[in-house]
Design a protein around this ligand. Structure first.
Ligand SMILES: N[C@@H](CCC(=O)N[C@@H](CS)C(=O)NCC(=O)O)C(=O)O
Length: 222
C-alpha cells in the first residue's frame, strides 16, 4: 500500500480528519514518516459534521481520525499508530535503544492531556458550569502543565542520543508531542519553562513529514 509501490487494484488509505484535530495531526505525521500517501477527507468539527448521520454511519464514535484501510476502518489514533508500525515497520516509530522510556513518555503525552481537553469536555464546561474563555484557558493549561512538567524533567535527565531529538530520530513521542505543543500555543500556554519540549518542537518542524502535517498546511484549514 506504500504509495510508491502501489500495485494495480490496491487502494490508498483514506484519512478522515480535521485540520485542527490533534489526534488527526498525529496520524498525518505518522503516515508521512512512513512515506505513505493517502487520501484526505475533511470532517468539519466546528460545524458538528462528526455528529451527523452520514459520518456516524462510518464512525459510530463521531470522532476523527478514522483511517480507512484495506484491512478495515480504525478509529483510535493509538491503534492506528500500532497498525502502521506493524504493517510498515521501516522506518520504525521506536528507537533501537531506550524504546521502553520512549513508549512511557509517549503514553503520558498521548493519554493524559487529550481526554480532559477534548472538544466535548470544553463544551460541557461551558454549557453546564458557565465557564467563560478565561476559565476554559485555565482548565486547558492545567492539564498541559500537569503532564508537560514531568515529561520535561525526564527529558532533562535523559542522556540524549541526538543533538535535537532525545532518541536520535522521530519516534512515537514526537508524533504525539508536536500536536500537543501546537494546542498549547493555541491556548496561550507559556512554554518557557519547558525548554527541552520546545527544542524537540523546533527540530521537528524543520522535518518534511512534520511540516506537511501541520494544521495550516491542510486543505480544510481556514
Ligand atoms: N481516542 C480517540 C479520540 C479521538 C477524538 O476525540 N478526536 C477529537 C478531535 S482531536 C474529536 O473528534 N472530537 C470531536 C468530538 O468529540 O465531538 C483517538 O485517540 O483517536
Amino acid at each position: 500500500m506504500r504509495a510508491i509501490e502501489v500495485e494495480d487494484g490496491e487502494s490508498r488509505p483514506k484519512l478522515y480528519g480535521y485540520w485542527r484535530s490533534s489526534t488527526s495531526y498525529r496520524i498525518r505525521i505518522a503516515l508521512n514518516l512512513k512515506g505513505l500517501t493517502y487520501d484526505y477527507v475533511p470532517v468539519n468539527l466546528k460545524e458538528g459534521e462528526q455528529m451527523g448521520e452520514a459520518y456516524r454511519a462510518i464512525n459510530p464514535h463521531g470522532t476523527v481520525p478514522l483511517l480507512d484501510t484495506e484491512e478495515g476502518q480504525f478509529t483510535q489514533s493509538l491503534a492506528i499508530l500500532d497498525w502502521l508500525e506493524v504493517h510498515y515497520p521501516t522506518p520504525s516509530f521506536l528507537p533501537k535503544t531506550n524504546a521502553a522510556l520512549c513508549r512511557d513518555l509517549y503514553y503520558a503525552v498521548a493519554t493524559e492531556i487529550h481526554a480532559p481537553n477534548n472538544l466535548p469536555i470544553l463544551k460541557y464546561l461551558k454549557s453546564e458550569f458557565g465557564a467563560d474563555q478565561a476559565a476554559l484557558e485555565a482548565w486547558y493549561q492545567t492539564w498541559i502543565h500537569k503532564t508537560f512538567a514531568p515529561v520535561e524533567a525526564r527529558l532533562a535527565a535523559h542522556n540524549w542520543s541526538g543533538e535535537d531529538l532525545p532518541f536520535g530520530q522521530p519516534t512515537l513521542l514526537e508524533i504525539v508531542l508536536i500536536p500537543q505543543v501546537y494546542n498549547a500555543r493555541r491556548w496561550n500556554t507559556d512554554l518557557s519553562m519547558f525548554p527541552y519540549i520546545e527544542k524537540i518542537d523546533a527540530a521537528c518542524i524543520d522535518l518534511d513529514a512534520f511540516d506537511k502535517a501541520r494544521p495550516e498546511n491542510q486543505i480544510d484549514a481556514s
